[in-house]
Design a protein. Structure first.
Length: 170
């Protein structure tokens, strides 16, 4: 059975997931070896992953993903920056803020706006456990004129994805 996932089915990346992803990426034998990765660790957790383009003579920085954790070792922010080769510095691109509640997990995606020098609301997804075998997902888009989120899609995943949304460090 082939299940198709949309971009809206983002799942919180925990420290363990980040490390397993990094390990599998680093261990994968890509025939073209286009990208190289460097994980930075702090207090036993991944604090950042830098992606480099390996297609030229030298490695070229592409993206930097920084992770912030709460006191329960759950990711509460993933910030993505792009390398500006002209200015020779990292520039903000987007961030994802995670809020863990008793009944659901909320993912707020924000896009960096240079003119505001700040992140601005873009999308929100809420993940709620419906039963042991289902997760409800509500997808919202930020409406600038009303200054609030508007529901644009919702669906049920026939699997309990909420277990993946919480950072259980075992």
């Amino acid at each position: 059975r082939n299940k198709k996932y949309s971009i809206k089915e983002l799942i919180t990346i925990t420290a363990a997931t980040i490390m397993s992803l990094f390990t599998s990426i680093a261990g994968t034998s890509n025939s073209d070896n286009r990208f190289a990765y460097n994980a930075e660790m702090q207090d036993g957790k991944v604090s950042a992953i830098v992606t480099y383009d390996n297609s030229g003579k030298y490695l070229t920085a592409k993206t930097r993903k920084q992770y912030t954790y709460d006191d329960q070792d759950r990711v509460i922010r993933k910030e993505v920056m792009k390398w500006n080769s002209d200015k020779q510095k990292w520039e903000n691109y987007l961030c994802m803020d995670y809020t863990y509640n008793a009944g659901n997990t909320v993912l707020d995606m924000k896009i960096w706006k240079n003119c505001d020098s700040a992140y601005v609301q873009s999308q929100r997804m809420t993940y709620s456990s419906i039963s042991g075998n289902a997760t409800g997902v509500d997808c919202y888009t930020w409406n600038k004129s009303s200054n609030m989120y508007e529901l644009n899609d919702n669906y049920v995943l026939l699997s309990d994805y909420t277990a993946n949304l919480l950072a259980d460090m075992k």
